[in-house]
Design a protein around this ligand. Structure first.
Ligand code: BEZ
Length: 208
């Protein structure tokens, strides 16, 4: 059965490059950017790991812990991290799961047999501090992810939670947000005293 938005992210215990973790305990009160990649010592993955590492402060600012995964061993990960650091000019410090037996990749449906029977595709799971899955994305093996979008969607989810709003297409932090249709105008007056631009009764834009 596939994992759906709103589901609790399955818990697991596993060896990583930072030692053994119990997933839910490790997430703690943070958000998690859990992402798989096909294999160590491959070019696209090397750039993605480098980018995640370069963005460490951006993730930390948002209270987000990155966690990588591939179906390689801790030894392989550790050797590869030296290459990532060298070629991407970074110092990778977030943990990478060693899922050599593919148990977690299968549980999270990161293995798509039409692509490979042993390597994970580029899955993304954004998991909130209640361990709920809030976003999933799947990229093909040949296409590196857009990390600006990953940070943007984290900002959007955290704004949605904090302000009780929705975000329009291509929203960026600081941009106008949407008052959900479930909120009546009477309620909106209390929640959004700054007012709103009512383009339709169901399309009300405000600032937060
Ligand atoms: C890569 O990371 O470069 C890659 C991995 C698996 C298939 C294709 C590309």
């Amino acid at each position: 059965m596939s994992l759906k938005l709103g589901d609790t992210a399955p818990n697991f215990e596993v060896e990583t490059t930072q030692g053994k973790i119990s997933f839910h305990d490790w997430i703690g009160d943070s958000w998690c950017f859990f992402f798989s990649h096909p294999a160590d010592f491959t070019p696209v993955c090397t750039t993605e790991m480098g980018r995640t590492s370069q963005l460490a402060q951006e993730f930390e600012k948002r209270n987000v812990k990155p966690l990588g995964l591939s179906t390689d061993s801790v030894d392989e990960h550790n050797k590869w991290i030296l290459d990532v650091n060298d070629t991407q000019n970074t110092n990778l410090e977030f943990p990478i799961v060693a899922d050599a037996d593919t148990e977690i990749a299968k549980q999270y449906e990161m293995i798509h047999p039409g692509e490979s029977s042993t390597a994970a595709v580029r899955s993304v799971f954004i998991i909130d501090p209640n361990n709920k899955i809030r976003l999933t994305m799947t990229y093909p093996m040949q296409v590196g992810r857009n990390f600006d979008e990953i940070l943007r969607v984290l900002d959007a989810l955290q704004t949605v939670d904090a302000k009780g709003v929705a975000t329009p297409a291509d929203w960026q932090p600081g941009g106008k947000v949407i008052i959900p249709p479930s909120v009546t105008n009477e309620e909106a007056e209390k929640l959004f005293p700054q007012g709103w631009d009512e383009q339709r009764s169901y399309l009300r834009l405000t600032d937060v």
